[in-house]
Design a protein around this ligand. Structure first.
Ligand SMILES: Cc1cc2nc3c(=O)[nH]c(=O)nc-3n(C[C@H](O)[C@H](O)[C@H](O)COP(=O)(O)O)c2cc1C
Length: 474
């Protein structure tokens, strides 16, 4: 049977970083007939911190016991596991950042972390599981793909850039060849290459890896055409994401006006021609305020297999958003008081980013101003060529003077938030001393079907049951 004929999910749970699309969330969605998605973004931080939280149910260590390279798994546990969890005043182990000379411990941690995420999502689940990455965060990819594939990941979704080289890299890994990722470097015409040879790195025999299906996340039918003609290997379908979706969004095309809140206004040039996408005869799913039974039907009437939904799962019990924030957000949204701003400046990537306006978080000017700028996670840095020819890394959210010293323009730094630290702080990884930043999609109207009162909560299974139901008026 062609792989495409099997992809009949009406619902894909969106990949939500950092740590929001947790293994337990993906597990429920896949078990209930959807395609459950993990966030693979900053997976290394996730694994290190979960082990330092003491891995209370032992599941992470159990998953690591299946990692094919035993010595490595043992070293990761020996390095990071803290029996009973860190005491409140104990600091997390400081992790290095990715560069072109990434330390072995970070490579091992990344491969193991992606392996563990997939293993946990597949627990007692015979259905496929998906993992999501952001193209923009390029340096960890070769290690992340390898780790997820070692655990038999079934699909990979990827947006925030044009991941045209990824299908070919997945082919290489499945053929037992090294993975080579071409990394854009500011100031150079030729990309630099990040190479990873699993066999050479682990110095052991590599099991045969299954090639996962690949779904690029696109925001226009032109991008669908591009993938159909230029992709480096097969793609199995598309996720079509509208600008109301949570997380990063594509900017409007060309020059665009702003509304009274300073948010971008999308116009006729941004309208997606779904007929043109359907003509490619690939399955596709539509994401962005489509979390209702009637939207699933509507998406199908446009030729889609179904929808990709994020916000509805982000607010469910199983998501990795820290409970203290999730409870507040659900309550505000239930009372129609939640404000989510499409912020043009918050993300150092330059992409618009949806920011929840919540007291005590980086959405508040005072909290932003009070934070000492520091770049110590490094996922969103841009590689650039230094005058001495060496590749350096800079981020518009790092210290102003450092960014400028590295050749960055001061005007690029205004209002930039540290998404790396902020998103980790808003997740169950926790990030002492760092204020959180939280993101969500524009639409939370589904809550009236899932909550009876403002302090009510719901599970991912409740969300699945609602989405798969015949909608009744609330
Ligand atoms: C909290 C949150 C984090 C997100 N992070 C990512 C991400 O890391 N990568 C990605 O491709 N999409 C991300 N998204 C988008 C979702 O995968 C999904 O496409 C989107 O949420 C669908 O729209 P909806 O939120 O209206 O349901 C995120 C969405 C949310 C709500």
């Amino acid at each position: 049977m062609a792989i495409e004929n099997m992809m009949n999910w009406k619902i894909i749970s969106g990949g939500m970083g950092v740590g929001v699309s947790s293994p337990r969330l993906a597990n429920v969605v896949s078990k209930m007939g959807g395609l459950g998605t993990l966030s693979g973004v900053a997976a290394d931080r996730w694994l290190a911190r979960m082990l330092q939280h003491g891995d209370p149910d032992g599941k992470i260590r159990a998953a690591l016991s299946h990692f094919p390279f035993r010595e490595t798994a043992k070293r990761i546990i020996d390095t990071f596991f803290v029996d009973g969890g860190l005491a409140e005043n104990q600091a997390y182990k400081v992790l290095p950042v990715f560069t072109f000379k990434t330390p072995k411990i970070l490579i091992d941690l990344t491969v193991c972390a992606n392996f563990v995420l997939v293993m946990l999502a597949k627990e007692a689940c015979a259905s496929p599981v998906n993992i999501n990455y952001l193209e923009k965060i390029q340096l960890p990819h070769v290690y992340s793909f390898a780790g997820a594939m070692l655990a038999g990941v079934d699909y990979i979704t990827m947006g925030a850039g044009i991941p045209i080289q990824v299908p070919g890299i997945l082919d290489s890994l499945a053929e037992g060849k090294p993975a080579c990722y071409r990394i854009n470097v500011d100031g150079r015409t030729e990309p630099a290459v990040q190479k990873f040879d699993l066999a050479e790195h682990f110095k052991e025999e590599i099991p045969k890896l299954k090639r996962p299906g690949f779904f690029p996340i696109i925001s226009s039918n032109l991008l669908a055409d591009l993938f159909m003609t230029k992709s480096s290997g097969s793609i199995e379908g598309f996720i079509v994401e509208l600008p109301t979706a949570g997380g990063h969004n594509a900017a409007p095309r060309g020059k665009f006006p702003l509304n009274e809140n300073g948010e971008p206004v999308y116009g006729p040039k941004d309208v997606i021609d779904f007929e043109k996408i359907a003509k490619h005869n690939k399955p596709f799913w539509i994401g962005g305020s489509y979390a209702s039974p009637s939207h699933i039907k509507y998406a199908q009437s446009l030729g889609a297999n179904g929808v990709q939904v994020g916000t509805i799962f982000a607010l469910s019990e199983e998501s990795g958003i820290l409970k203290v924030y999730k409870d507040q957000i659900r309550k505000l949204a239930f009372n129609n008081q939640l404000i989510v701003k499409t912020d043009l400046l918050a993300s150092p990537t330059g992409f618009p980013f949806k920011v929840i306006q919540l007291p005590g978080t980086l959405s508040e000017a005072a909290v932003y101003d009070a934070r000492t700028r520091i770049c110590n996670q490094g996922f969103l840095t841009t590689p650039y060529e230094r005058p001495d020819g060496i590749i350096g890394f800079r981020c518009a959210s790092e210290r102003f003077d450092q960014f400028v010293r590295k050749g960055g323009k001061i005007e690029e730094t205004a209002e930039r938030r540290c998404l790396c630290n902020g998103l980790i702080a808003g997740s169950e990884m926790t990030n002492p001393g760092e204020p959180p930043i939280l993101t969500l999609g524009d639409d939370t109207s589904f809550l009236k079907h899932l909550m009876k009162h403002e302090d009510d909560t719901y599970t991912a299974a409740d969300a699945m049951n609602y989405l798969l139901s015949e909608e009744t008026p609330a």
